[in-house]
Design a protein around this ligand. Structure first.
Ligand SMILES: NC(=O)c1ccc[n+]([C@@H]2O[C@H](COP(=O)([O-])OP(=O)(O)OC[C@H]3O[C@@H](n4cnc5c(N)ncnc54)[C@H](O)[C@@H]3O)[C@@H](O)[C@H]2O)c1
Length: 272
């Protein structure tokens, strides 16, 4: 039976832009009350301005463990509980592993990995107490296969997948779901806001990479949100977002040792 979202409390991190903003709007249209967080207070206010259900907003750095637990307390204080927790906040770094600086690596892991851990563990007690709800962790297709100059991002997104799949198994006798989400290219600000040093072709031009991403990313954030929310309603364990994600997942599974040759060629052809 589909999980009914009407009247439920949904938490979304990274709600000030892109997929998080579209998720907030979609979940509001389903009748959810919302608790929205982002490090970008202005973006968050813009998101909240377009929503007419009850909404709590919080400027929050998901890498800050104490702040995430304080946010969970604030959500409980305001709404009594949470049902759907979407750990979506994320950033990108483009650099080879040989030249990757620890500062960039730790910045990314703090948000993309630890942010997901913090959000999961801070809210999980509420979901378990009511034996209902879903933890929705946004990984990536880069949590399914590796890509040059994405070592830090790959490490975080593979880790999010492993963490979420483990949680899913541990929750098998409950009515709490753990869903890992793997978007392909979604037209958002992620690459524009990334720390780009060098890209997968060895170029050092951040603008060229951002422009190419805008051209190649075919799925809109609104469509991505629709696919993710549909996955929550159906209680899907894994959600692939976009036709490119479906194709790349197939290629990785057919050729687990040699997919990179095919995927790099495909990317060359598409970028022309
Ligand atoms: N866009 C894509 O193609 C794509 C593909 C796969 C996965 N993803 C993942 O989707 C998620 C959303 O990304 P997006 O594409 O919407 O990007 P985006 O840049 O449009 O939005 C990300 C949001 O996260 C917020 N954020 C950044 N650091 C934060 C922090 N420390 N604490 C709280 N919020 C923070 C940003 O302010 C921003 O509002 C990320 O986890 C990203 O890795 C995106």
């Amino acid at each position: 039976m589909a999980y009914a979202l009407e009247g439920k409390v949904a938490v979304v991190t990274g709600a000030g832009s892109g997929i998080g903003r579209a998720l907030a709007h979609n979940l509001a249209s389903k009748g959810c009350k919302l608790a929205l967080a982002d490090i970008d207070a202005a973006g968050l206010q813009e998101t909240a301005a377009g929503i007419d259900t009850e909404v709590l907003t919080q400027k929050l750095d998901v890498a800050d463990r104490a702040a995430v637990y304080a946010f969970a307390d604030a959500v409980k204080g305001r709404f009594g509980t949470a049902h759907v927790v979407v750990n979506n906040a994320g950033v990108a770094v483009s650099q080879t592993i040989a030249d990757l600086g620890y500062q960039d690596f730790e910045w990314l892991m703090g948000i993309n990995f630890w942010g997901v851990v913090h959000g999961t563990k801070a809210f999980l007690p509420m979901l378990l107490a009511q034996d209902e709800g879903a933890v929705v962790n946004i990984s990536s297709v880069f949590g399914l296969f590796a890509w040059p100059a994405q070592g830090a991002y790959n490490a975080a997104k593979f880790a999010v997948r492993g963490f979420t799949e483990c949680l899913r198994i541990e929750l098998r006798d409950t009515d709490v779901k753990a869903i890992s989400v793997h978007p392909g290219g979604i037209k958002t600000n992620i690459v524009r806001n990334a720390r780009v040093h060098v890209d997968h072709r060895g170029r050092r031009d951040a603008k060229a990479l951002a422009d190419e991403f805008q051209r190649l990313a075919r799925t809109t954030p609104e469509k991505a949100a629709q696919i993710i929310v549909d996955g929550i309603e159906r209680g899907r364990p894994r959600v692939l977002v976009g036709p490119d994600a479906v194709l790349m997942d197939k290629i990785q599974r057919l050729m687990p040792e040699s997919y990179s040759g095919v995927l790099l060629k495909l990317s060359e052809r598409l970028s022309k």
